[in-house]
Design a protein around this ligand. Structure first.
Ligand code: F6R
Length: 359
């Protein structure tokens, strides 16, 4: 039940620290090793390429997963929209492994791909929140997200759970391959930092409500920008905001905006900039100046070392590769308040269904 919450979306945003602890308990032991079915780790370790297929928010979680698998498992990753992949199968590598990310485990577009994967007798894994769901039954292996039931149509805790469980698998595969940085990856500590940081961000939600009131009350469009892993989060932040508030929002690679779309920036256009990557923080600040000089109102969500005074939302400490676990929280809250402040039904945006079982 919603308990004292007006909407499930806020309840589920609030539950994320607990989800991180739950995943840590169930998938990691006290010696900083992973507890993953050895058959799964071995099957992925043998592959020469991972194909991650998904839709919507789960696809955007896969874009973060690509960074994690390439870093810690040292395997190239292709991330695809299931709805495109199913009808335009690319030329596959020699030993592909397929991962289906799906909260519900019922998404028809993903099932179309899995059917073809099975026809080719290729190995697959479904990461899902629902035990016994269709995609779970049809894949070779299953890993559960352990996020608890997600009721709000807009996905929140399933997204962060998908990132955390992909990190677990990336580390498990890296351990199997004897990769030193995977063995050294202090995931137990990092997920503890994620839980504490998420709680801190949720506790600061009034500030996000203020930002929503100040910047988003009367706007028809908005942009999220970021580079590297922040670009993946920009795409999810934009989806969250548009689906629940109906503000047309696009996520852009920070530098790509100036190659065309900057023409849409006018006085008062809200831009949310994400900054976690030390390699590109200064460049993204440059992109912020570009849009500000054209009249944009910029909100910044930045890691402590890159935050400036003023309205910047400071993201608590965490490893760069897991920064999406924290960066997304103010983005989820911003979407929530933008919707609620307009008097909309946050949990049931128009035209949307929680699980999409048609192609
Ligand atoms: C967005 C959202 C949808 C789903 C998408 C995939 O907030 O909830 O975009 O992410 O329909 O659903 P699953 O993960 O159940 O396959």
């Amino acid at each position: 039940s919603k308990g004292t919450y007006e909407f499930y979306m806020l309840k589920e945003i609030d539950e994320q620290p607990g989800v991180m602890r739950h995943i840590s308990q169930d998938y990691l032991d006290d010696n900083n090793s992973t507890k993953v079915d050895p058959k799964i780790a071995a099957a992925v370790a043998e592959s020469d390429r991972i194909y991650i297929l998904a839709a919507g928010t789960s696809y955007r979680a896969g874009l973060v997963g690509k960074h994690l698998f390439e870093k810690y498992a040292d395997i190239p990753v292709e991330v695809g929209l299931a709805s495109e992949f199913g009808y335009h199968f690319p030329k596959l590598s020699k030993k592909p492994f397929f991962i289906f990310l799906t909260q519900s485990g019922e998404t028809a577009d993903s099932r179309v791909v899995l059917k073809q994967v099975n026809e080719r007798h290729l190995p697959s894994l479904t990461m899902t929140n629902v035990e016994g769901s269709t995609l779970s039954r049809e894949a070779t292996y299953t890993m559960l997200l352990k996020a608890g039931p997600e009721i709000a149509v807009a996905s929140t805790k399933a997204y962060t759970a998908q990132i955390a469980v992909q990190a677990v698998l990336a580390k498990a595969v890296g351990e199997k391959k004897n990769i030193q940085i995977a063995k050294d990856f202090d995931l137990k500590h990092q997920l503890a930092l994620a839980a504490v940081g998420m709680q801190q961000l949720v506790d600061g939600k009034e500030k996000i409500d203020e930002l929503a009131k100040k910047y988003l009350a009367n706007t028809r469009n908005a942009f999220y920008i970021g580079r590297g892993i922040d670009y993946a989060v920009a795409l999810e932040g934009a989806l969250k905001l548009k689906e629940v508030s109906y503000i047309q929002t696009e996520g852009f690679a920070a530098a790509e905006l100036k190659h065309g779309t900057i023409a849409l920036i006018e006085k008062g256009t809200p831009v949310i900039a994400l900054i976690n990557d030390p390699a590109t923080a200064d460049l993204t600040r440059g992109n912020i100046r570009e849009v500000e000089s054209r009249g944009a109102n910029v909100m910044v969500f930045a890691a402590k070392e890159f935050a400036q005074v003023g309205d910047d939302v400071v993201l608590p400490e965490i490893d760069y590769y897991l920064s999406p676990l924290l960066t997304i929280v103010p983005a989820q809250l911003l979407a929530y308040y933008a919707s609620k402040n307009k008097g909309l039904d946050v949990d049931k945006p128009r035209n949307l269904a929680k699980s999409v079982t048609v192609e």
